[in-house]
Design a protein around this ligand. Structure first.
Ligand SMILES: Cc1ncc(COP(=O)(O)O)c(C=O)c1O
Ligand SMILES: N[C@@H](CCCC[NH3+])C(=O)O
Length: 433
């Protein structure tokens, strides 16, 4: 834990006193530590990019994206993985070097693909044949040749929540690895003046702690590369092995990045050598691993309801709309009472959100000091898939996002207002008074 403030009562994050942050910016409040993001990017550079030749890394921006985040990622030298027109637009507006972006998604629209080609997105990760068709038309129209990878489903199951596995055969993502399907798709690109197929992509799933699914999938891909070389003389130049590296939410023991990347690199080198293939450029694209532990959410405690012999509920001023993960994946979180970090944790309390949903419980049975109305709760590891998955359910305005760095705090995203909630509404003429 970070060095605490002088009276040791308040939780410090990014060198800032969280009690002061809550007073200054209000609650709920997302707080993001620049330093923690930078530490992860440094680890990627040192244990992967600099250790191995012909490697690249991109940040999976679906985990958390704002224009400021694009700037941080750009200055750390990483690329950006985007999955929608909205994410492309954000990167363009932030002035992100678009040749370092890669565009994913299982159902990209014509408009989104058009936007991607227009702005020179570096790689389009083609997920299906309809997309390939649209892309040929768009590239022809814009007079460009587009670099693509094919996303394939290697038939490997990641050990994680069923809603966040993606690499298995029965998946909505990717081109199935049946020889006739994949061969015909590769042939189409080899004959096309508008498409350059650089290689392949797979993504097994998210919040993974074992490297065997990565190495199994890598081996499957080398078999594919060999097959395509033998049958079509197609040379694979790039292989993107996705993201998914697990982080600590409560008591998980996360692996260092090298545990995954060393295994991937060893497997690819050995497997390629065995069948006489050149090792392709290897790309990784973690999201959660870069930003998850770099974020916290501050909430003010409201009602404390004690049900004798049952449990105590402490309700916060946010919940499911700013963090849908507990309701969606049964995700577990840890938290500290930010204004009482010196106090003994002698109470078990359940942290409830304020939505009209019994399932809106952020944390069951948190070990905490005696909690009272007005206390400040800091929920940890909320940097990934909280802000980016937030909603306005129950018409709660989305919280502000503050970037903290060595004791300084700056607003990254303003808190929504009630006015914002109505800003796109229009009264139909038939209902006007
Ligand atoms: C294609 C792709 N790449 C990267 C990621 C990032 O995953 P994570 O945030 O678990 O690293 C995802 C999400 O699971 C994904 O679908
Ligand atoms: N949104 C999910 C993970 C999906 C990752 C994107 N494919 C989560 O919060 O865990």
């Amino acid at each position: 834990m970070e060095k605490q403030n002088e009276n040791n009562k308040h939780f410090m994050f990014g060198g800032c006193n969280t009690v002061e942050l809550a007073e200054r910016y209000g609650t709920p409040l997302y707080v993001l530590s620049k330093e923690k993001i930078q530490e992860r990017c440094k680890e990627i550079r040192e244990t992967f990019l600099q250790k191995y030749e012909n490697t690249k890394a991109a940040y999976a921006s679906k985990a958390f994206l704002t224009m400021a985040m694009c700037r941080i990622i750009e200055s750390e030298g990483l690329g950006l993985d985007v999955v929608s027109g909205g994410e492309i637009y954000t990167a363009v507006q932030a002035g992100f070097p678009m040749e370092k972006t890669m565009f994913h998604g299982n159902n990209k629209s014509f408009e989104e693909l058009y936007l991607a080609v227009e702005h020179g997105v570096g790689r389009i990760i083609v997920d299906n044949l309809l997309e390939l068709e649209m892309l040929q038309q768009i590239a022809k129209e814009q007079g460009k040749k587009v670099d693509v990878l094919f996303r394939v489903t290697p038939g490997v199951e990641g050990k994680t929540h069923a809603y966040i596995v993606t690499g298995q055969k029965d998946s909505k993502f990717g081109i199935p690895l049946q020889p006739e399907i994949i061969e015909s798709a590769v042939k189409q690109t080899m004959e096309s003046p508008y498409i350059k197929l650089k290689g392949f992509h797979f993504h097994i799933g998210s919040q993974l702690f074992e490297n065997d699914s990565y190495t199994d999938a890598t081996q499957v891909l080398v078999n594919l590369m060999k097959h395509l070389k033998d049958h079509l003389e197609f040379i694979t130049e790039e292989l993107n092995t996705g993201g998914g590296f697990g982080i600590k939410y409560v008591d998980e023991a996360p692996r260092p990045l090298g545990y995954f990347t060393d295994a991937i690199m060893e497997t690819i080198k050995d497997a390629c050598e065995k069948v006489g293939l050149e090792v392709p450029t290897i790309i990784i694209e973690p999201g959660r691993w870069i930003v998850g532990e770099a974020g916290i959410t501050l909430y003010r405690i409201g009602t404390v309801k004690e049900i004798p012999d049952v449990r105590t509920y402490a309700s916060v001023d946010g919940g499911l709309p700013d963090n849908p993960r507990p309701a969606l994946y049964n995700a577990k979180y840890d938290a500290v009472v930010a204004n009482k970090i010196d106090e003994e944790k002698d109470q078990i309390v359940t942290i409830a959100g304020k939505c009209c949903e019994s399932g809106d419980i952020l944390i069951w049975d948190l070990q905490a000091p005696q909690i009272q109305t007005g206390d400040l709760l800091a929920v940890l590891s909320t940097g990934a898939y909280n802000f980016s998955m937030a909603s306005n359910y129950n018409r709660l305005p989305r919280p502000a996002v503050v970037l903290v760095d060595q004791g300084k705090a700056e607003i990254m995203v303003q808190r929504e207002t009630y006015g914002d909630l109505l800003s796109r509404e229009q009264m139909p003429n038939s209902l006007r008074r």
